[in-house]
Design a protein around this ligand. Structure first.
Ligand code: MGD
Ligand code: MGD
Ligand code: SF4
Ligand code: MO
Length: 719
């Protein structure tokens, strides 16, 4: 059939779609579509193992943004009076290069910082890391994945020696007996994914752990499973308690533990104090439910050994985006290892990667401590290998930089960052303690933002560089199951817009950089494959030609292999081949909220909007459905505070104040309120969140914040 086979620009499910540039009749598509700059690009779902032809609303409407009237179509330079004026690409890039040069000369290479994104293709993520280390010679690069996957990644590396979100194919979940989902609302964040939960639902084995009764939690109704509703941030205790029951009731798989793991004794000791009544006290989850859940997980795993369809444990941001997120993800892994789930053909553990290229984006060098192929920048062998591919001296590569929250805290500070390049993130909306970030951005000598639209971050820039969107570029993405897939160009970009690969090539040339910077995605991919060779995320056997045959391409994919859909079947990635159980302790036993009228705020997502909303707030159908932020709160809490449905409220703490309408609903606990983080101005949930981070992963505390809520009489509002 005609049309361009590609994948959705948004989340990590990377639903397959076909783009056609149609007139009236879909069958009359003239080849070759790649040369058409069309007003009407039609999106059709395409059969693929993850989405089976389905798309969510965001996917269906994604093409509208290609022709959005808000699109930035030429480089823009901030004038002395604060307004923006268009400029030619050569003038804009000359200015950027001059500022980069001047900053480095005056204040050292680390005075230039770079902030990337998990939405960038593998090629862009790789090239951005290389550009920073080779052309800018700065160590200070990190990216928004720090806000997303970092706790799960740190836990996976620690336990398995390797971090691939799902170490198995998504469709292996289809016939599972039992699936435990901790802190993810997949029914809204990856709607086609719920098709893979049908087997577990039919077996009565879907368990959803969420303080809210979400659309995903409702999938457990009518005998399909169980909704567990703990207090926010108490998942670590919950998981320690489940491990306690598994061990106490002799449900652990001792043969597996003996053959495939180390660390059991320490974990056994560490969970001994978490007997069920104590766990109930700290989590609000009743003892009967704890026991039933532990038994179900174990029974599913045992059945799986016979049938091939066992127990899967999956985590999402709800349990990971905490200042103890790494330990919580570790506790979920410990439980999985106790039950003998990981590295088998019948069961598994995984984390649901979020951003479109959240997986690939964390493998190829955007992280402050990383070189391509998931290598460590502190490892001399890795430096030598990658420097060889880049044609530079290993000693010229900088060392470890700063993780995202620290990087943002270093903006404008003495000895900190004076000049920042942002590619693929809207930190003014999405970073914790967002007003502090906004203020810090304003103290910079020079801010460059590459985007398609005037995001809340782009409006603060000195130079805005308009870049190509997904359907206008070639590249690869690595989806949540570790499958490398092709993003293909379906239409030409508008005249004034350029690809980031071209921008970095031009800037590197102007800076007189060592090494070469190709603007061709396939050439960059070939180089990435070589740079990743021998690393944990080895792509060296891959090429565009191979990916174009639509063969499943799961990494590691070294030269001569056919890829690795299921990881760890024979061994884990630690040198001894064993998985590590790591004893963790609950350090942050929460004081229950509602003390002195305070409530616990949790933040997260709505189906209709994507992340900071830069894109989806510009799609009519999506913004009509969810035009603004609503504070979800329980009717009893609302009544106590004198708040009615739709009324304006003020949510505040020491860091900031959000003003929005109330959505009164029994789907949330009495002590908890919820805000989506997709909105702008004084509806930014991140005005309230704390920038305290997890000591291991650098993940901020997005999911648990103390706030006060009161009814607001808003001037001119219909209260
Ligand atoms: N529609 C939509 N889809 C998306 C995205 C989007 O922005 N919009 N973004 C993509 C990205 S980058 C990501 S990372 C994923 C995220 O996907 P999810 O992890 O599913 O998303 P969230 O809504 O952030 O959080 C999930 C749930 O965690 C719950 N939660 C909050 N605090 C706690 C807690 O302490 N314990 C437990 N157990 N649960 C808690 C919330 O109530 C929420 O329902 O979605 C991806 N898909
Ligand atoms: N309170 C709270 N805050 C959160 C979260 C939460 O659950 N609660 N979740 C966190 C998570 S999981 C994530 S992933 C972050 C995401 O938050 P952000 O990092 O802000 O992510 P996006 O909104 O996707 O930002 C991407 C920006 O880059 C642009 N863009 C998209 N693709 C490209 C590209 O290829 N090149 C360039 N140059 N620009 C591009 C988009 O138009 C948009 O302006 O938010 C985090 N913040
Ligand atoms: S679920 Fe994710 S990948 Fe699929 S259509 Fe929706 S946003 Fe796109
Ligand atoms: Mo994310």
């Amino acid at each position: 059939m005609s049309g361009t086979r590609t994948h959705c620009p948004y989340c990590a499910l990377q639903c397959a779609m076909t783009l056609s540039t149609t007139t009236a009749d879909a069958d009359s598509v003239a080849a070759p579509v790649a040369t058409v700059r069309a007003g009407a690009v039609t999106v059709a779902g395409r059969a693929f193992p993850t989405n089976r032809g389905g798309l969510c609303k965001k996917g269906w409407t994604a093409a509208e943004l290609l022709v959005s009237p808000d699109r930035i179509l030429e480089p823009l330079l901030r004038q002395v009076d604060g307004t923006f004026e268009p400029a030619s690409w050569s003038d804009a890039l000359d200015l950027v290069a001059a500022k980069l040069h001047e900053t480095r000369a005056g204040f050292g290479a680390d005075a230039v910082g770079v902030f990337g994104g998990g939405g960038l293709t593998n090629e862009k993520a790789y090239q951005l890391g290389k550009f920073t280390r080779v052309a800018l010679r700065s160590s200070r690069i990190d990216y928004n994945g720090r806000f997303c996957m970092s706790s799960a990644a740190a836990a996976g590396n620690r336990a398995f020696g390797l971090d691939r979100g799902l170490p198995f194919r998504v469709d292996e979940l289809d016939a599972a007996d039992t699936i435990l989902i901790l802190g993810s609302n997949v029914a809204q964040t990856m709607p086609p994914f719920i098709g893979h939960l049908e087997g577990a639902r039919a077996a009565g084995g879907l368990v959803v752990v969420d303080p809210r009764r979400t659309a995903t939690a409702r999938l457990t109704d009518d005998g399909a499973g169980m909704h567990v509703q703990p207090t926010p941030g108490s998942d670590l205790v919950l998981l320690l308690g489940l491990a306690h029951i598994v061990i106490a009731e002799k449900l652990a798989d001792l043969d597996y533990l003996e053959a495939r793991t180390t660390g059991f004794d320490a974990v056994r000791r560490s969970v001994s104090q978490w007997w069920p009544t104590r766990v109930q006290e700290h989590t609000g989850v009743p003892v009967w439910q704890l026991r039933e859940l532990a038994r179900r997980l174990a029974a599913g795993a045992a059945r799986g050994k016979a049938t091939g369809n066992g127990t899967y444990i999956l985590t999402g941001r709800g349990v990971e985006q905490h200042a103890d997120g790494t330990d919580t993800a570790t506790a979920a892994i410990n439980l999985s290892l106790l039950l003998g789930l990981v590295g088998t053909t019948h069961s598994g553990y995984g984390t649901l990667t979020g951003q479109g290229n959240g997986q690939g984006g964390r493998e190829h060098g955007q992280k402050c401590d990383q070189l391509p192929g998931y290598r460590k920048i502190s490892d001399p062998t890795a430096r030598a290998h990658v420097a060889g591919v880049w044609g530079v001296d290993p000693d010229s590569l900088p060392g470890v930089g700063l993780p995202a929250v620290e990087l943002l805290s270093a903006l404008g500070e003495p000895g900190g960052i004076r000049c920042l390049l942002v590619h693929g993130s809207n930190v003014v909306v999405s970073a914790p303690n967002a007003d502090r970030v906004r203020a810090a951005l304003k103290t910079l000598d020079f801010l460059v933002v590459a985007d398609f639209f005037f995001s809340e971050t782009a409006v603060l820039a000195d130079v805005v560089l308009p870049v190509t969107q997904w359907a206008e570029e070639e590249g690869t993405m690595t989806s949540l199951e570790g499958r490398v897939i092709r993003r293909r160009r379906a239409v030409d970009a508008p005249n004034g817009v350029r690809s980031e690969l071209w921008i970095w090539q031009e800037l590197a040339r102007r800076l007189g950089s060592a090494g070469t910077f190709s603007a061709q995605a396939s050439e960059v991919f070939d180089e990435l494959c070589r740079a990743s060779e021998g690393g944990l995320a080895d792509y060296s056997g891959l090429s565009y030609a191979l990916l174009d045959t639509e063969e499943p391409a799961f990494w590691p994919y070294p030269v001569g292999s056919t890829g690795t859909p299921r990881l760890f079947l024979d061994r884990f990635a630690h040198p001894d081949g064993l998985a590590r159980l790591v004893a963790v302790t609950a350090r942050r036993l929460g004081t229950p909220a509602q003390v002195g009228g305070t409530l616990t705020l949790i933040t997260g997502r709505l189906l209709e909007h994507y992340q900071s909303g830069t894109q989806t707030r510009r799609v009519r159908e999506l913004s009509d459905a969810q035009p603004d932020a609503r504070l979800q709160l329980h009717p009893a809490t609302a009544e106590q505070l004198g708040i009615s449905d739709e009324a304006w409220v003020e949510v505040s703490n020491d860091r900031g104040t959000v003003r929005c309408r109330a959505q009164v609903s029994t789907d949330i606990r009495l002590d908890t309120v919820f805000l989506p983080f997709h909105f702008s101005g004084d509806q930014r949930a991140n005005l309230l969140t704390d920038d305290e981070t997890d000591p291991i992963s650098g993940m901020p505390e997005f999911k648990k914040t103390t706030v006060r809520v009161r009814a607001l009489v808003k001037a001119g509002a219909d209260v």
